[in-house]
Write a protein of this length. Structure first.
Length: 120
């Protein structure tokens, strides 16, 4: 992978990180600013369901933050784009689809096949 690709992925990862952090801040503001009273229990249940869904999304994004930070660290130490299992290049198309990946498509497919066999 050349320097241009590395710069592209660094910028992409940093933007992803900024977007997630912004969404998190907006969620906190939305949840702390609104104190609403609902006459209809169904309305309250809908709002609580929506909040629960939003919190689950933010929790997934919180885990993604860690993966993004690790990917940026791999860029810094020069190991970004190399498969952790076989050491081969992951490939730009795969990294564009999943910039935080640590496995090439061959190793990821093998991992998923093994998970299927174990019933995971």
């Amino acid at each position: 992978m050349d320097a241009k690709d590395i710069a592209y992925f660094r910028e992409l990862l940093e933007k992803m990180l900024q977007d997630i952090l912004k969404k998190g801040e907006e969620t906190i503001e939305d949840m702390t600013d609104t104190v609403e009273v609902y006459a209809d229990p169904a309305d309250r249940a809908t709002v609580e369901s929506d909040r629960s869904f939003t919190l689950r999304l933010r929790d997934r994004e919180r885990r993604l933050i860690k993966k993004i930070q690790e990917a940026i660290e791999r860029i810094d130490d020069g190991s970004y784009g190399a498969c952790e299992d076989c050491g081969e290049d992951i490939g730009v198309p795969r990294l564009k689809a999943r910039p935080v990946t640590t496995l090439c498509i061959k190793c990821k497919s093998k991992e998923e096949a093994e998970e299927d066999l174990r019933g995971e």
